[in-house]
Design a protein around this ligand. Sequence first.
Ligand SMILES: [Zn+2]
Length: 378
Amino acid sequence: MYQLPQDALEYVLACKEELMDLERTLCQIPAPSHKEHARAAFCKKWLEDAGAKGVYIDEVQNVIFPINAEGSNRLTLFAAHMDTVFPDTEPMPMTEKDGLLYCPGAGDDTGSVALVLMISKYLITRNIQPKDGFLMVCNTCEEMDQTGITHVVNAYEGRLKEVYMMDGLYNQVVNWPVAYQKYKVSIHAQGGHAYLSFGNPSAIQCAASMIQDIYALPLPEGCKSSYNVGLISGGSTINAIAQNVEMAVEMRSELESNLNSLRQSFRDIVKKHQDMEIYEIRVADDGSLPGKGDVDEARQEKINEKMRQIFGQYLEGKTIFRSGAGDLNIPASKGVPGVGFCAYKLGRIHSRDEYIDLESLENALRTSLTVVLSCVDD
Ligand SMILES: [Zn+2]
């Protein structure tokens, strides 16, 4: 059993309203990826007002609050991402109805940012000194390209023992990173009049052939993998042979080695069509995330088991353990064990109707504080 001390239970009750207000305040500070400055400045000041010493904002706007971290090579990192998928630089509409707070980004991941701050305040005011040191982090760019967490992991290279990414869906734990690769493909062909030049090369014909080949690929064995052609556009009009097509292709796998074999198969398909010497095909790397590195599986299993117990203790229903792509990939690719988790209720994430269940924040604080305190002497 992971028990919270009486003092922590009282803290959770005492700061329930403050936590909800903090959530409302944070929601009203716009933070599109790569434009988190205002939210970062707020978080740093909030921590300092709570008594934090040594908080800093790094080159990519991550807010980092090290606790007893100096000289330690066994740091535990707790992080929530400040950025939202919405490009708005003015405060977005925020409404409340039936206990739900509606605001884009409210759940993903603003609620977790509020929790990181409120948990930090507990650690500060109780002068808790974790044995091996903590990094309490509000990071940037989770929704875009993981540059925020990458910067943290690089800055603390070789010094991280475990990571806890506070992000995700209610009562779900991500304990295995999914690697992915995205490509933008552009195809150019001669084209011409649909009737008079019938038989000329068509970019749409080439795209159709490539797509057919992609979907004929067998998935690698040994783990879950996937591929998808998610976007396609091209052609100019009905009576013209298409000269141009653009398409977006993504591939995912729980194992980097399997993703690599999908990458190779895709390259083979591209080459096959290039070798016809009829089409001009260009492939641009549109981003990727690394898969799991050399993680200590015993340590990982210990974290999983702890999350199972703590979530089982506090949350409704059965905890879902799953794989997923996000900030966790970066430390995991460097062999650092960890999880992503969320203990409050939220919905319609990444949409303008996104909401968070305000009442559920209190229990999320209880749950998340239990996770954090379990690491103090571990
Ligand atoms: Zn998120």
